[in-house]
Design a protein around this ligand. Structure first.
Ligand SMILES: Nc1ncnc2c1ncn2[C@@H]1O[C@H](COP(=O)(O)OP(=O)(O)OP(=O)(O)O)[C@@H](O)[C@H]1O
Length: 741
């Protein structure tokens, strides 16, 4: 072999050996990489698991610590002697307060101890007095964030009456006025620079501010806090120098989107806590359920707040629901006649849903000879203030208003509040009706209810989320007295339940002044509603809707359309004569049908869906748990007594008209349907359960919470096949044969 070839061979075998070695090395390295990757992935998985375990442990620890702190707060004696007692006594004397109302001194001492405090006290309980007295005891500046200018102005006037300097900083004052407020209340240097008083905690022997610093109260709107850098920087200077005594957040429920009065700028108030971390926060509201309380505390970044929850019960208020006429004209006539008789010479508020309604109602009521004016947010501020002032001075009997006339209305002698349309939630209703009877004397809170308002209200709140729909349903259950068969159904209890509270038990005599349902139960008045079994109509309506949804899954129909079209063009396949249903339809008015459908929505047999049409939100109805409803032995709904009587008369009429031979037995016919029996229908209340889940860490005076639920009887009864009575679009009429099964 030539030398060249040998060299080449040697080189190539050397090369091959090198390549094999290289390959082995690469393979080994790849293996190690795979191994390491696996190890990293494992470690990563472990780390993720451990992190989530750590997070859950941390949350449990925080929850536990929170609970322990709240328990300690609950056990703490808030009324023990405190260093500021003498000063407080001087202040109460100056204010002319002879005794405190429930939980006022507790909240007052807690905030003076520099604790964050959340006081949830009923409407008219005197929440403002807590910060007013605290402002006098602590001196320096008390900042009050209040949602309404009119409310702030009233409070300012009250404080000035006690010779306390108070101001409202808002966008409608002149530059000069603003300058004066800044230089006196929140100066950039002045007394701030001269102060050598660091903040002291609750064990302090002296007030935070030196004695020569006068108490000042500054009212601001949440919008101002969110937008004014100048305000924040000045507050920071005051804080640094120990002159910012307290931050009060009035109507604190506005912080939470779960509350009924959410305001975006309230969510930005945490900036105050971040800029002034050790200034105590005092949050005040009348309406907050336990979830909303937690949300508000988080939004405001309150540190281990002491929560004082008073019983929300207002014993002097009588809650009542009256039937609302079908047209506005008759509703207005009804109200006018009440104003001239039942409420003659008494001061009150009529709440309506829209600005247009406020105007119409007020004008027509005035034409009918009543002393009425309107109040809504479209009116200019001067006109609004004039109406408010006239009413407060008893120069005007009634204000017809939208909810713009609500927060902060503090007229002591309001004798009645009429809601011409149901409120959007029980919380909102409590707040609005709470304007009545603030002098402690009896007052009436009346809701006018008609079933057609339900869909309107549902479309109205749908934009604000599902939780608002649930709250509206609770309000409607209140208004339609659903669950009337329960011995415990009481409007006061339903309101208390919305706040996770219970209303105190009442003696037999007190029942007459509790609510219309309790008054009827104890025989003081005649009941205006009855709970009756409407299965023979409800099953028919449900089957019709079920069939409709099956045949037109993409079409949307409203409750009103189903109610109106029920019985039209009826042709029976299930041996039900056509005339049978149409006769029934003639005898059962549309309002009653709507009421039955609405209560089927509330019971879960049907459900609402909401869609935007070209102009507004629309509420449609579709099936949900129809089969469960069809299986029930009876389908009970609460109806106005007159409607129930008409319904039963219709049924008796049909029974006598029908020959028994060859006729299908209507479901529910096996029961005796004598009118008296139906109207006096007695139900046991075994489904009412009492669950004691009271949170002992919240300081309150009320007892246990209770939940009420009703169960399905589970009794099977056959589904009623029926003919589809309606077509989705009247314009494009489908062939009836297409619709028949
Ligand atoms: N301890 C008290 N003794 C006598 N009057 C009081 C006492 N506390 C408060 N008041 C008066 O009760 C009225 C209602 O008080 P306030 O406006 O503070 O109620 P509120 O709890 O803020 O109600 P709302 O939540 O409805 O605004 C006021 O006129 C106030 O002066």
């Amino acid at each position: 072999m030539p030398a060249d070839d040998r060299h080449r061979d040697e080189r190539s075998s050397h090369h091959r050996a090198g390549a094999v070695e290289h390959d082995e090395l690469v393979a080994r390295l790849s293996q190690r990489v795979v191994h390491k990757r696996r190890q990293v992935a494992d470690a990563h998985r472990r780390l993720t698991r451990l992190s989530s375990e750590l997070a859950s442990l941390e949350k449990r620890l925080a929850d536990r610590q929170k609970l322990l702190k709240r328990r300690a707060d609950a056990a703490f004696n808030w009324l023990k002697p405190c260093p500021w007692d003498r000063r407080l006594k001087q202040a109460t004397d100056a204010f002319g307060i002879s005794s405190f109302r429930p939980l006022q001194p507790h909240a007052l001492n807690a905030t003076l101890m520099a604790r964050d405090v959340f006081a949830i006290l009923p409407t008219g309980a005197g929440k403002s007095l807590i910060y007013q007295l605290a402002a006098v005891v602590d001196a320096g500046l008390t900042l009050v964030v209040s949602p309404l200018l009119s409310l702030s102005m009233d409070q300012r006037a009250a404080l000035r009456g006690y010779h306390i300097r108070a101001e409202c900083l808002h966008s409608e004052i002149t530059k000069q006025q603003q300058k004066a407020i800044y230089s006196h209340f929140i100066p950039s240097d002045a007394f701030a620079a001269s102060s050598k008083h660091p903040r002291k905690k609750w064990s302090r022997e002296q007030p935070w501010c030196p004695d020569d610093v006068e108490p000042l109260v500054l009212f601001v709107t949440p919008e101002q806090v969110a937008r004014s850098k100048r305000l924040l920087s000045r507050l920071e200077i005051l804080y640094e120098n120990g002159h910012l005594s307290r931050i009060c957040i009035d109507e604190a429920h506005c912080c939470s989107s779960w509350g009924h009065d959410f305001r975006h700028d309230y969510r930005k108030l945490a900036i105050l806590r971040r800029q002034c971390p050790s200034t105590p926060i005092l949050a005040l509201t009348a309406t907050c359920d336990p979830n909303t309380v937690e949300d508000v505390c988080n939004v405001l970044e309150m540190k281990h707040p002491v929560i004082f929850r008073g019983s929300i019960d207002r014993p002097n208020l009588f809650y009542e629901v009256r039937q609302k006429a079908d047209t506005d004209k008759v509703v207005i006539q009804d109200i006018a006649s009440w104003l001239k008789t039942e409420f003659k010479g008494q001061c009150g508020i009529i709440y309506v849903l829209s600005r247009k309604e406020a105007h119409t109602y007020a004008t027509q009521l005035a034409q009918l000879g009543t002393d009425t004016d309107c109040y809504h947010s479209d009116m200019d501020i001067t006109h609004r203030n004039a109406v408010h002032r006239q009413w407060s001075d008893n120069k005007l009997q009634v204000v017809v208003a939208t909810i713009a006339f609500g927060l902060g209305i503090d007229h002591p002698h309001v004798r009645f509040i009429i809601h011409a349309t149901i409120a959007t939630s029980l919380e909102a209703y409590y707040q609005e009706s709470g304007r009545a009877g603030r002098d402690g004397l009896p007052a009436k809170c009346i809701v006018l209810q008609k079933p057609k308002d339900f869909a309107r209200m549902s479309a109205f709140v749908a934009d604000k989320g599902q939780s608002r729909i649930r709250k509206l349903y609770a309000m409607y259950e209140y208004a339609c007295s659903r669950g009337l068969h329960s011995r415990h159904l009481c409007r006061r209890q339903l309101i208390a339940k919305a706040f996770g509270d219970t209303a105190p038990n009442r003696t037999q005599e007190q029942l007459a002044t509790c609510c219309d349902l309790c008054a009827a139960r104890c025989g003081a008045v005649e009941s205006s509603v009855v709970s009756i079994d409407v299965s023979y109509i409800a099953r028919d309506l449900l089957s019709m809707i079920e069939l409709y949804v099956e045949q037109y899954p993409d079409k949307k129909t409203t409750i009103l359309k189903f109610a109106t079209d029920w019985g039209k063009n009826s042709k029976s396949k299930a041996q039900r004569s056509k005339s049978d249903r149409s006769s029934m339809a003639k005898l059962v008015d549309v309002n009653t049908r709507v009421e039955i459908l609405v209560q089927l929505v509330l019971s879960g047999a049907l459900q609402e869906t909401h869609r935007h049409s070209s102009y507004s939100m629309q509420a449609y109805v579709t099936t949900n748990d129809v089969q469960a409803a069809l299986r029930r032995r009876s389908i009970d709904v609460t109806l106005w007594k007159k409607d129930a009587e008409r319904l039963l008369a219709a049924k008796s009429y049909l029974k006598t008209e029908r020959s028994d031979e060859g006729m299908e037995k209507l479901p529910g016919d096996d029961k005796e349907l004598s009118m008296v029996d139906m109207l006096m229908k007695k139900h046991d209340d075994s489904e009412v359960v009492v669950i004691d889940d009271s949170d002992e860490s919240i300081i309150d005076g009320s007892g246990t919470n209770f939940l009420e639920h009703s169960g399905d009887s589970g009794n099977r009864s056959p589904r009623v096949d029926c003919q589809l009575d309606i077509a989705p679009n009247k314009g494009k009429k489908r062939k009836r044969n297409d619709l028949e099964r």
